[in-house]
Design a protein around this ligand. Structure first.
Ligand code: AP5
Ligand code: MG
Length: 205
């Protein structure tokens, strides 16, 4: 199954894509994670991406499209995949159409006020797990691997506001785009994590 997770920053794309990946046994491709790995590794792509990500802006379309095209050409993507954070512009969606035939687009619906709270409380582990201080009971270590949790550089309040603006301007038009294609499924992402996940599984069955 070829799935897109669409939604504002902090809507829960990563949280749920990680679980669906295990459920379906298909790769989870997050363009944001790919950029963060490259930033950590100090690669030329990482240096370029950081100059945009730190401002809450989008990395240029052609750079992202090339990365996704190469990733989707790999053997493990032939039976299915989950795209998280791509496409993010109509231009990217048009490019993707030429690369793969998508089965479903899950749109996680969460209002901006809840987003700002969630993102401010988000903590990450190097192993890929995502947490929120609201559920950590004061702990700062990963329950899966014991790693020390950290905050993403682009989760500062000002940057989050820019990311939300960019989302409304550039990415939200994809909701209508995929609705017209008959692929869009709205999921109420403001519920508790388990309820959101149950709704996603219903859509996928
Ligand atoms: P990216 O990493 O994709 O960031 P994003 O879209 O802003 O999304 P987030 O990762 O912030 O949120 P999420 O939806 O994954 O939420 P999460 O599950 O973590 O991109 C980063 C940057 O890279 C972009 O700004 C851009 O510069 C660049 N980039 C990436 N892709 C690009 C592209 N295609 N084109 C151009 N540039 C690109 O959840 C958030 C928090 O909420 C967590 O703490 C979680 O525990 C909590 N939470 C989740 N669900 C619930 C729930 N139901 N109830 C309570 N808490 C919850
Ligand atoms: Mg994410």
């Amino acid at each position: 199954m070829k799935i897109i997770f669409l939604g504002a920053p902090g809507s829960g794309k990563g949280t749920h894509a990680t679980r669906v990946k295990t459920e379906l046994g298909v790769p989870h491709i997050s363009t944001g994670d790919i950029f963060r790995e490259n930033i950590k590794g100090g690669t030329p792509l990482g240096v370029l991406a950081k100059s945009y990500i730190d401002k809450g802006a989008l990395v240029p379309d052609d750079v992202v499209i090339k990365i996704v095209e190469d990733r989707l050409a790999r053997e493990d993507c032939q039976k299915g995949f989950i795209l998280d954070g791509f496409p993010r512009t109509i231009y990217q969606a048009e490019a993707l159409k030429k690369i793969a035939k998508i089965d479903v687009v899950i749109n996680l619906v969460v209002d901006d006020e809840a987003i700002v709270k969630r993102v401010a409380g988000r903590r990450m582990c190097r192993c890929g797990e995502t947490y929120n201080v609201a559920f950590l009971n004061g702990s700062d270590t990963c329950a899966k691997c014991g790693g020390k949790l950290y905050q993403r550089d682009d989760d500062k309040e000002e940057t989050v506001k820019s990311r939300l603006d960019v989302y409304h301007k550039e990415t939200a038009p994809l909701i209508d785009y995929y609705r017209k294609e008959g692929l869009l499924k709205d999921v109420d992402g403001s519920q508790g994590i388990e309820a959101v996940y149950a709704d996603i599984l219903k859509v996928l069955k």
